[in-house]
Design a protein around this ligand. Sequence first.
Ligand code: NDP
Length: 250
Amino acid sequence: MTDLHTALAWAVIGVAVPTLVYLMWVTAPYGRHARSGWGPVLPARVGWILMESPAVLFWLWVYARGVNRAELVPLVFLGMWQLHYVNRTFVFPFRFRKTAHPVPVAVAAMGFTFNCVNAWLNATQVSQLGAYPAAWLATPWFVVGAAMFFGGMATNWYADTVLIRLRAPGETGYRIPYGGPYRFVSCPNYMGEMIEWAGWAVATASLAGASFFVFTVANLLPRAIAHHRWYRQTFPDYPPERTAVIPYLL
Ligand code: NDP
């Protein structure tokens, strides 16, 4: 099991590199970048729930089979993971407007597949393979990682909420978001998400966590750059001091 787990985590990191390069050239075709030629689509809510559900349900199933499932630290990791993914899967899709762009079945299928692999890697790590005694909670790994995780999550949730509130019910267009981290970057929701999973990788001190962080960057960095370019092309009065996703840098 350990060999398979390690090999799969390295495979995710290996796939992340060409994914990053590909997505720099071909922007993932959902949301404002939706376009024809990507096959049938699903309503946004249905697409998000289907695509993300393995990260809640399959994760729980794998976790429950682990020998360490009743230990304190694995239970803390279970709570952290599920806090993020129950929101992403079953709350967030009901918060954004019904007018959100539909999701291509191809994108939802790729997301579903990735979430299955990622759920197995990370749930197996915390409930079966990792050695996390109760004292782990006082180590710098956990303290720093958890601070990053919750700081990233707060940024992500706040930034998503600002975007959701930009549209009145029934509206379809886009506006410039302002306030908080939007003073610095165009996509603080992606910045928060990347910090969050960096924090998870540190808190679990694991290759599985690192592979998820690397894949998240491969996915969201090109999308942030595409969003930023789109904002600048679409709004002549777009704040010039903003960068895409890393304040002052990128
Ligand atoms: P977007 O920022 O593209 O869109 C989020 C929602 O806000 C959509 O409903 C969108 O509508 C709406 N919206 C966005 N910008 C504006 C605007 N300027 N004016 C009005 N409405 C706007 O985010 P994603 O859909 O790509 O991602 C959603 C969440 O999922 C994020 O928190 C992200 O971090 C997370 N995510 C995580 C991934 C990972 O690898 N861990 C991968 C992908 C997403 P519309 O759909 O019509 O554009």
